[in-house]
Design a protein around this ligand. Structure first.
Ligand code: ADP
Length: 378
């Protein structure tokens, strides 16, 4: 008899230790955990579940349907108890949302597993629910989906035009053999391929910049030389549109310590845009010394940017609705990439523009050697 009592006491002790262990394990989990019995009453829950459901009070003894009220993406109530009872095998869903009293929403990851509560097969039937806030992951997913759909849409047009031009060239070669018409069609196809190549480059730079994989190699940049090279590079494009391409570099400007590659890329984006979006007049590239760095200014007498659009030109894929913008090829990625690159070299961009008068993009590029020395002493 004594032995039996002792055994029972030991068993009880072991069970309560195990129970405590289990409780502290569940409480240390980052995911919300709720266990319910077959009547859908909550028998266990942890702190993370209280957080997700935004309640302070204990959940134990409450009915699941009273505390967990998810909705679907059309804001339709999802009967949770029914969903749980249907789960004959472990089931997960990432499609539910939880709405809070202040109107905010989270995306909910919910996993439902049918279990035997208690010990062994004899324990009564119940379910364990795991919950996680996946709002951030979902928004990344949505952004990625949108990105893919915009890119494929943007790629489709130049591909279709190229295909059309090449078929046309083949057709003319077979029928009339008119070399001038063939040349025109091939030139148009070539322009589209160059546009596609530019877009792929922008996308590659963008993806490296977003993954933080771009390395900033700091080296001395000769400002006079840089501006001269840029003006030379774009003189043909400007001349073709009858635009004057001017330069103005402050005398005696000292070399700048920064990334030659990124400074060039940023300025090239400003200059190509200035030429692209200017129908008559001029584009001026200037450089002047500024506080611990250099300020570059690209000014045009072009179509300008409305106040409303000025806030959005650096957004991914943004292009103004203006028909004069749409006349020119573009992806809406240039200024977005420019912004990413300028952050890497700690540069600050400023935009002034007036519709139908012109735009001025200026960028202050700090001397990165002085900047890192300053950071070291702070
Ligand atoms: P893209 O030129 O390929 O469309 P960008 O990201 O370089 O893409 O520019 C985004 C938008 O900003 C352009 O589509 C245009 O509407 C506007 N924009 C940029 N630069 C100028 C400029 N110099 N003058 C007028 N509009 C501009």
């Amino acid at each position: 008899m004594v032995n039996r009592l002792l055994r029972h006491a030991r068993h009880f002790h072991r069970t309560s230790v195990e129970h405590e262990r289990l409780t502290s394990l569940i409480n240390s989990m980052a995911d919300g955990v709720i266990a319910v019995n077959s009547k859908m009453n909550i028998v266990t829950s942890n702190g993370a579940a209280l957080n997700i459901l935004d309640v302070n009070d204990t959940l134990i003894g409450k009915s699941l349907g009273d505390v967990l009220k998810p909705v679907d993406k059309n804001n339709q109530h999802v009967p949770i108890e029914h969903l749980v009872q249907q789960a004959k095998i472990p089931t997960t869903t990432r499609e539910l949302l939880l709405t809070y009293t202040d109107g905010s929403k989270i995306n909910l990851y919910l996993s439902i597993a049918p279990v035997h509560l208690g010990y062994g097969r004899k324990g009564s039937q119940g379910y364990v629910l795991l919950m996680r806030d996946i709002t951030h992951e979902k928004s990344l997913e949505e952004e990625r989906d949108e990105f893919i759909s915009v890119v494929s849409h943007e790629l489709r047009t130049p591909i279709a035009i190229t295909e059309g031009n090449i078929s046309n060239a083949q057709f003319i070669a077979q029928k009339t053999g008119d070399i001038n018409q063939i040349k025109t069609a091939l030139q148009q196809a070539h322009d589209q391929i160059m546009f596609l190549a530019g877009m792929v480059n922008d996308l590659a730079t963008l993806s490296r910049a977003e993954r933080g994989k771009l390395i900033v190699e700091v080296q001395p940049i000769d400002i006079n030389k840089l501006v001269e090279q840029l003006a030379k590079l774009y003189s043909d494009d400007a001349a073709k549109k009858g635009l004057a391409l001017k330069t103005a570099v402050a005398a005696g400007i000292s070399p700048l310590m920064s990334s030659d590659l990124y400074v060039r890329e940023v300025l090239q984006n400003f200059i190509t845009n200035a030429i692209k979006y200017t129908e008559e007049g001029s584009v001026t590239i200037s450089a002047e010394p500024a506080d611990h760095g250099v300020r570059f200014i690209v000014q045009d007498t072009g179509i300008g940017i409305s106040k409303q659009d000025q806030d959005r030109v650096f957004d991914k894929f943004f292009r103004s609705e203006d028909f004069r913008t749409r006349k020119a090829n573009g992806t809406g990625l240039g200024l977005y990439v420019t912004m990413k690159l300028s952050r890497l070299i700690h540069a600050e961009i400023d935009l002034r523009s007036e519709l139908n008068k012109g735009s001025t993009f200026s960028i202050f590029i700090p001397n990165l050697e002085e900047l890192s020395a300053k950071n070291r002493t702070q």
